[in-house]
Design a protein around this ligand. Structure first.
Ligand code: FAD
Length: 390
């Protein structure tokens, strides 16, 4: 057995939720250890589209209830962090776009009327035209309307790298996590046969939370997985585009984000309805055919004859809920010393950390003094996943 350790907050899972929480806790003076069995950010986080939503797109289905949702405040909080004067200093993180756009390719007035009926939306949206349009849409053949949303898009690899820098000496690569108990009570975790005692244990392992809970003999909180089948396309003709393209329904027909590749070309990452249920049912070839058809209809002026295509299957991990509805707040459940949760969106990581902090304050958990940590095996950091695919 390795030397035992003690810390204030022991976090399992180094995606954006765990890394953000770890950095916030350290800033508040708590000592932390964060355990990951893979690479930091290598789960859902790196495969996200990096959009810091303010919730605007939910107005399409009338689901945006305004300021009561934590998500409405996320763009401001992230912007402050990126400027170096927020709750974390993310000043080196690359901002891919200062805005996300809503793009209506035809005359979907019905849809847009209900959208603009929302007061919460009117204050956050402005129409753009001509040379204010996103570069990929600046073509004489472009018809339709484009609205600028007050939302950001981040380069996730640089975000993960920065959060790992803020992670301190307690980032630990380990395979096995088991309960550590005293008199039948959970006091910490056995991590690769090393006992780690902690005042609080937080599970932020994304899709791994279910298995960890199982190992602790806990059935709750239940988790759901929402499968997605994303499309990646790389071509020298692609210019940046960050937009939800509206279809007839309440969900974007396609959501496009653009990511830089090492050779200077742009990679488009396509989600939205294309990647949901019917996209999940398609095999890779059929999904690429569907994406080609969408882009031929929506941006026919972009020559994609030399484009490289790939798809990516990935599950979103969330707390279980009826009809797979998407929550707009982070989720945290508590059982004694154990806290378990999902941010439900990368953008909601600050809200997740707020919830943990509120629980610590309520329980009077203060930073304590601990032995300095020995040198620990550090997990590697993820890189741009698209480089290996297209
Ligand atoms: P993860 O990023 O999945 O990290 C979990 C970590 O836990 C991993 O590093 C893993 O190695 C580790 N782990 C797992 N099991 C164990 C174990 N047993 N022991 C130790 N470590 C373990 N959100 C947005 O806000 N904006 C977007 O544009 C957006 N786009 C998305 C697009 C896609 C295709 C997907 C799938 C999601 C998207 N999301 C988006 C949601 C967002 O990615 C997730 O909500 C967020 O990244 C979840 O972060 P996490 O830290 O909880 O989990």
């Amino acid at each position: 057995m390795s030397e035992s350790l003690s810390t204030d907050i022991l976090i399992v899972g180094g995606g954006v939720a765990g890394l953000w929480l770890n950095a916030r806790m350290r800033r508040l003076g708590y000592s932390t250890v964060l355990v990951d069995k893979g690479v930091l950010g290598g789960g859902q986080s790196i495969k996200s589209q990096g959009i810091i939503h303010g919730g605007t797109k939910y107005a399409l289905s009338g689901a945006l209830t305004g300021a009561s949702e934590a998500i409405a405040d996320m763009p401001r909080r992230w912007r402050e962090a990126l400027e170096g004067n927020g709750e974390l200093d993310l000043s080196g993180v690359r901002l891919l776009s200062d805005a996300h756009y809503l793009w209506s390719p035809g005359t979907l007035t019905g849809n847009l009327t209900s959208f603009f009926a929302s007061k919460a939306v009117r204050s956050r949206v402005g129409q753009v035209k001509g040379n204010e349009l996103p570069p990929a849409l600046q073509d004489p053949r472009f018809k339709g309307k484009v609205y600028r949303l007050s939302e950001l898009v981040l380069d996730v690899p640089s975000l993960i790298e920065r959060l790992a820098e803020l992670g301190g000496p307690g980032l630990l690569k380990a395979e096995r996590v088991e309960p550590l108990q005293e008199n039948g009570e959970l006091t910490g975790l056995m991590v690769d046969a090393r006992p780690i005692n902690a005042q609080r244990i937080v599970l932020t392992a994304g899709a791994g939370n279910a298995e960890l809970l199982n190992g602790l003999n806990l059935g709750q909180p239940a988790m759901q997985k929402r499968p997605l089948h994303m499309v990646i396309v790389k071509a020298p003709t692609l210019k940046p585009l960050y937009a939800h393209c509206l279809g007839g329904g309440s969900k974007p027909r396609i959501t496009v984000t653009s990511h830089p590749s090492a050779d200077g070309e742009w990679v488009w990452y396509l989600g939205g309805d294309l990647a949901e249920a019917s996209g999940v049912a398609r095999d890779e070839a059929a999904q690429i055919t569907a994406a080609k058809k969408e882009l031929a209809e929506l941006v026919p002026w972009i020559d994609l004859t030399t484009a490289k295509w790939a798809t990516l299957r990935i599950d979103r991990a969330e707390p279980a809920q009826s009809a797979l509805a998407r929550p707009d707040n982070a989720f945290l459940a508590e059982q004694g010393r154990l806290l378990v949760g999902w941010p439900t969106k990368l953008a909601l990581s600050p809200d997740f950390a707020d919830r943990v902090e509120a629980a610590l304050t309520r329980d009077g958990i203060e930073p304590q003094s601990h032995q300095p940590l020995p040198e620990l095996p550090r997990p590697a950091i993820t890189g741009p996943f698209w480089e290996g695919l297209v």
